[in-house]
Design a protein around this ligand. Sequence first.
Ligand code: TXA
Ligand code: MG
Length: 356
Amino acid sequence: MNTEIATTESPESTDIAVRTAVQMLNAGEAIGLPTETVYGLAADAFNEEAVGKIFEAKGRPKFDPLIVHLPSKAALADIAVVTEELETIVNVLTTQFWPGPLTILLPRKPGVPDIVTAGLDTVAVRMSEHPVFRKIIKDFGRPLAAPSANRFGRISPTSAAAVLEELGGLIPLIVDGGACGRGLESTIVRLEPPEDGNVTARGKKKKARIEIVRAGSITAEDLKNFGIVIRPKRSARAVPGAPGQLASHYAPGTRLRVLDDPGDFTPENGKRYGLLSFRGEAEDGYLSLTHWSEVAVLSPGSGKMVEAAIRFFFLLRQLDHSGVDEIIAEPIPDRGLGMAMMDRLRRASTQAADGE
Ligand code: TXA
Ligand code: MG
């Protein structure tokens, strides 16, 4: 299959890209689209055959459910059931974070195909804030199922070139919407109403529980004003409940290891190592450990998490292609977006450790 790339550099080319994308979605194709987090592989959520093409192109097992992207907040009612006890918290979160990188798990409406939710009674929903994605889904007028546009278990793509590398020849179209502004996937949350009603005996409002199922672009700190935030467990293996929250994920082809203590590193003779460093500072004790064949610095100088997040998957991909035998990742401070990046690094290294 020939994979066409549609650019969006001018208003004219954007119009053509949007029209082509909508035509293909209407024809039941799965296509690569930009979102603010990572590129998605999108298809009509209500067309089972089209959704099947997502699984096929990605090589994704059918037990791993997809996120449904909405054309509008109103469309939430077509997909999910917002129970009375969750209404307040859902309203607060969608007002605050939609459109944007927050995915909410809710009971699904019966009409949502089983293939989308992997037969679960919940559905993951979000609304992207990417301008090109929004144009396309608005013109298409219906929800789109869209996982990240990488082959199953591999590094998520944050550019059209990365999607082409992952899925070139397997899908008919990639809309190039430029680099993803956030660089990490959406945060997935599960909600629980306050126990025994929304208000206390004294008439005070009680807080709902917001459980982070997948750390992502919206941080625990961002959420904490809106409910009692339950952070995900540190170990990738301990993440409960969600199919697809698989321990081995986000893996480069090259072996990757998170080196928690620089003192634990004994380089093997003749092996080429690449370092993924957070700030690239000598004081951290990583730069001087060995003769690194490659060094990629996530947040040189500024130490800002936002910068590191935008560069994260891009640099992992680059290290993966650099020909080193092993990537050594320096731990990233486990706060804010750092939590999301550490989650991905630990999953990537789990796979290497399993030798899968
Ligand atoms: O930022 C994002 O979320 C990107 C962009 C393209 O929107 N999408 C994305 O999708 O990261 P994906 O498929 O790569 O990751 C979605 C995760 C999977 O781990 C899946 O198992 C989980 O969401 N998921 C989907 N539906 C679920 C459900 N009903 N219950 C629990 N987990 C669910
Ligand atoms: Mg993914």
